[in-house]
Design a protein around this ligand. Sequence first.
Ligand code: XMP
Length: 523
Amino acid sequence: MDSALQTDRILIIDFGSQVTQLIARRIRESGVYCEIHPFQRVTTESVRAFRPRGVILSGGPASAHETEAPHAPEGLFTGDLGLPVLGICYGEQTMVQQMGGRVTTSDHQEFGRAVVDIIDNCALFQGVWSSGETHQVWMSHGDRVDVLPNGFRPVARTESAPFAAIANDDLKFYAVQFHPEVVHTPDGGKLLTNFTHNICGCRGTWTMSAFKDEAVQKIRDQVSDGRVICGLSGGVDSSVVAVLLHEAIGDQLQCVFVDHGLMRINEPDEVVRLFRDHFNIPLVHRDASTMFIDALEGVTDPEVKRKIIGKLFIDVFEEEAKNIGGAKFLAQGTLYPDVIESVSFTGGPSVTIKSHHNVGGLPERMNMNLVEPLRELFKDEVRALGRELNLPESFVGRHPFPGPGLAIRIPGEVTRDKLDTLRKADAIYLEEIRNAALYDAIWQAFVVLLPVQTVGVMGDARTFEHVCALRAVTSTDGMTADYYPYKHDFLGRTANRIINEVRGINRVVYDITSKPPGTIEWE
Ligand code: XMP
């Protein structure tokens, strides 16, 4: 099949920059499919096998002039592959070093906004920047290029980097010391598009609709006439997987929705109505709430809660899978950020902050093959795919919701009463957010019911009830987050409604912790 996904591809070699993912985002936004591969796994042969139209070398924390410095595959520079290359920051430095130029440690480091002088025109700048102009870019480097390899010429400079951008038009090699992928380089996206479209010749025809058609075909090829089980949670990822699979294989798909009793108001009904009634997808709905809530009795440790919920979830799912006669495949909503092997220079396994619950243990236990049709997508691309599949906006645009549900929003013991109180407060909070048209500006918003009771006065009576905390954060990927800066009147109105309408809560506080040092959820 001659599709954009297969013939219009860009390979990004990752040297460990914090912003490598942003390169991929910008490229995909311009309609070109790309993948990020860690430098340790890339060889001349693997580049050839990937069949890209061009290669981008990312930034990274190493120094190109050190002996142990990571390298790009030699085949890129010897002419074996004959591909255009764009080096960014460390990518520029390793290109220069590997091609016979020289990189040194600069006396003057540059971090943050900088101004580049354009000293010559080149294909990378075409229609964007012209000789004699100055433009804002984002720099983050300690080393700098000192001597250019043969055949290169400088096309932009800053005060401390004489080779802020360099070009070798014959080879179609370009390199920049600054980061075109970040928003602080306002023209960066256009420069990347010049590289992918004008220099590499990509057509920019990779669309969600094309992706959907290919994903449907791939699923059919993979599962043939086998049955596929899909765990539905009502979240965006599993919803999109379910609808996509249903389009591909119809009734060979069997969805299982395990209601652990830790969902928000009406959520279980909404899931069942949408998938069973609207999309006509075969769906088993198992109400296991009693089992989960009983198992949580007396448990206060967050990690123990998570482990209990995760294990029970797998038990129930497995049982239901057996009840429907099993299946050869398990569908999962794994996304691209979960798949990218990001390059770590610190080494060693990372510390477990929280045991996130997903159906990770299932495939081995049940001896099933995985179907993961979203493996190539970022979260907002999954949302775009959901829209392509006509999923309602109320599902597509949903805030993330954790697998262990409300249990991790009730520090201390989880009880039915507390769940009930929390559900009511949470519903009011989200309603106020929607009324204020803030839902889409916020990554995630929820109420946490605290195991603290405080004294209040309502009417003429003393009250002694729970405190709840409102949480709202902005984020791009959930890895870091900032608290949302509400106006005071919004907070006042919401707190008032919660205290007046929810029995059991007499005080509301707002959580202004960012991540790090906090996490988004409280447990
Ligand atoms: P934290 O609290 O670690 O959360 O800052 C980051 C994002 O992950 C969500 N989260 C989970 N999602 N299973 C999930 O599917 C989990 O166990 C889980 N724990 C946290 C959290 O809601 C936030 O979006």
